[in-house]
Design a protein around this ligand. Structure first.
Ligand SMILES: NC(=O)c1ccc[n+]([C@@H]2O[C@H](COP(=O)([O-])OP(=O)(O)OC[C@H]3O[C@@H](n4cnc5c(N)ncnc54)[C@H](OP(=O)(O)O)[C@@H]3O)[C@@H](O)[C@H]2O)c1
Length: 199
C-alpha cells in the first residue's frame, strides 16, 4: 500500500513508519522536515501536498498542536489553536484526502487520553481529543467506496516523558512502538469507526 504519514518525523510518527516501512511504500510528511512538507492549519497547503503526492491507500496523521494552560487563564484564542491545528487540521486532511484516496483506503487520526483521564492544564487537549474521536465514529458510517476511518487515543508516550512527566504523575506511559501498533491495526485490518485506546 502507499501510505502517507503526516507527522512522520515526530515521536509517534517515526515509530509508525518503522513498523510499516518494510511492507509498504511509506511517505513521511512533516512541517519543515520529511519527504514532503505541509501545514495542516492551511487548507491550501493540504491541497498542494495531495496534488504533489497523488493517489494513496492510507493516510495516518500523528500531528496536531494544542495549548496547555490553566482553565482560569485560557482565552478563546488559545482554544482556537487546538481547534485549528489538532482538530480541523486532521479533519481537513480527511475532507481533502477523499478526492485522492483509493477505494477501500483508510484514514487514521490521533487523539489522546486526556478527555478520558484529565490532567490540570489539559482542557483544550481534552476538548479536541473528544471531538476527533466523535468525528471518526460518525464519519465512518458515511465513508464512500469502502473507505475506512479510525482514531488512535494513546496515553503519554515513554519517549516524551522527559518533557511531560511533571504533568503526568502516576500515568503509566506506553512506548511509541506500542502506540504505533494501533495505527498498524487500523491500516492493515478491516475495522472502521473505531477509537483504539493505547493505555
Ligand atoms: N507524545 C505524547 O505523549 C502523546 C500522547 C498522546 C497523544 N499525542 C498526540 O500525538 C500527536 C503527535 O505527538 P508527538 O509527540 O509524536 O509529536 P512530535 O514529536 O512533536 O511531532 C510532531 C510532528 O508533527 C509535525 N508538525 C508540526 N506542526 C505541523 C503542522 N502545522 N502541519 C503538519 N505537520 C506538523 C512535525 O513536523 P516537523 O518535525 O517538520 O516540525 C512532526 O513530524 C499529537 O497530536 C499529540 O497530541 C502525543
Amino acid at each position: 500500500m502507499k501510505i502517507i504519514v503526516i507527522g512522520g518525523t515526530g515521536t509517534i510518527g517515526s515509530a509508525v513508519i518503522k513498523r510499516l516501512a518494510s511492507r509498504h511504500e511509506v511517505i513521511s510528511v512533516g512541517h519543515s522536515s520529511g519527504d514532503f512538507q505541509v501545514d495542516i492549519t492551511e487548507i491550501e497547503s493540504i491541497e498542494k501536498m495531495y496534488q504533489s503526492i497523488g493517489q494513496f491507500d492510507g493516510l495516518i496523521s500523528t500531528t496536531g498542536k494544542v495549548h496547555f494552560g490553566p482553565l482560569m487563564e485560557m482565552k478563546s484564542a488559545q482554544y482556537q489553536q487546538g481547534l485549528a491545528s489538532k482538530l480541523m487540521g486532521q479533519v481537513n486532511l480527511v475532507l481533502a484526502g477523499l478526492e485522492y484516496i483509493n477505494d477501500n483506503g483508510c484514514f487514521t487520526l490521533t487523539s489522546g487520553i486526556l478527555n478520558r483521564d484529565p490532567i490540570v492544564l489539559g482542557s483544550s487537549a481534552a476538548m479536541v481529543n473528544g471531538a476527533i474521536d466523535g468525528f471518526v465514529t460518525s464519519a465512518a458510517i458515511e465513508m464512500p467506496r469502502g473507505i475506512r476511518i479510525n482514531s488512535v487515543s494513546p496515553t503519554v508516550i515513554e519517549e516524551s516523558m522527559p518533557n511531560y512527566e511533571a504533568f503526568f504523575r502516576g500515568f503509566k506511559p506506553v512506548s511509541a512502538m506500542e502506540a504505533a501498533m494501533a495505527f498498524e491495526k487500523s491500516i492493515e485490518g478491516k475495522q472502521t469507526g473505531k477509537v483504539y485506546y493505547v493505555d
